[in-house]
Design a protein around this ligand. Structure first.
Ligand code: URA
Length: 209
């Protein structure tokens, strides 16, 4: 099986859709290949396009904060996007761009084979559950072809609507329990081939959100 670097190299040479014309850098994704959690966002924005790294702008800062709130960091997860090149002017990715880029995301999922995929926002939710609304779907573990999917709001939503920050945090705080249950159900004993993550039980105040 190919590895993440080989997939990133293919992405770096990709000219399969028009997004390659305006990109400064491709943004294949970032993290560890044996991550238990794989986050899938929408697509690179301006900062990501400049740096070639996912979620490095304001939404990324919030994602880092939320990871930290459950004892994780970028070194213990994988962060990818639906499209690997910035849609000009930060417009939504078009269906044909998403379709054309999905071959890379599918290969990344296959290589990482995470315990859970966390979809951030409606575009990545739509990859697994087309036509479903994010406000209804968020915060409940679902399965797609046997793979656990946990839909969440996109962190950028909390930047535009501050009142959503509590909801995103609440969904995030459920992740350690979800992981623990999935580990149990896969009968994975203390991780050997996954990075050692110190997952704490969710704090009791989560019910306050
Ligand atoms: N940055 C990303 O890398 N992806 C998003 O979906 C938003 C910001």
């Amino acid at each position: 099986m190919e590895n993440l670097q080989q997939i990133a190299d293919l992405i770096g040479q990709c000219t399969d859709c028009n997004l390659h014309r305006s990109r400064l850098n491709v943004v294949p994704g970032e993290g560890v290949s044996n991550a238990e959690i794989m986050f899938i966002g929408e697509g690179p924005g301006q900062n990501e396009d400049r740096q070639g790294r996912p979620f490095v702008g304001a939404a990324g800062n919030l994602l880092d904060e939320m990871l930290e709130s459950i004892g994780l960091n970028r070194g213990s997860v994988y962060i990818a996007n639906m499209v690997k090149c910035r849609p000009p002017g930060n417009r939504d990715p078009l269906p044909d761009e998403i379709l054309s880029c999905s071959k890379y995301l599918d290969r990344q999922i296959e290589v990482i084979d995470p315990l859970v995929i966390v979809t951030l926002g409606r575009f990545s939710l739509g990859k697994f559950f087309p036509g479903e609304g994010i406000s209804k779907a968020r915060g409940s573990l679902r399965y797609y072809e046997g793979r656990p999917i946990y839909p969440m709001l996109h962190p950028a939503a909390a930047l535009y609507r501050r009142e959503l920050k509590g909801t995103i945090y609440q969904d995030f705080k459920a992740l350690p329990d979800i992981l623990n249950n999935l580990r149990r159900s896969r009968m994975i004993e203390p991780q050997t081939d996954h990075p050692q993550i110190n997952i704490e039980e969710p704090p009791t105040q989560m019910t306050l959100f």
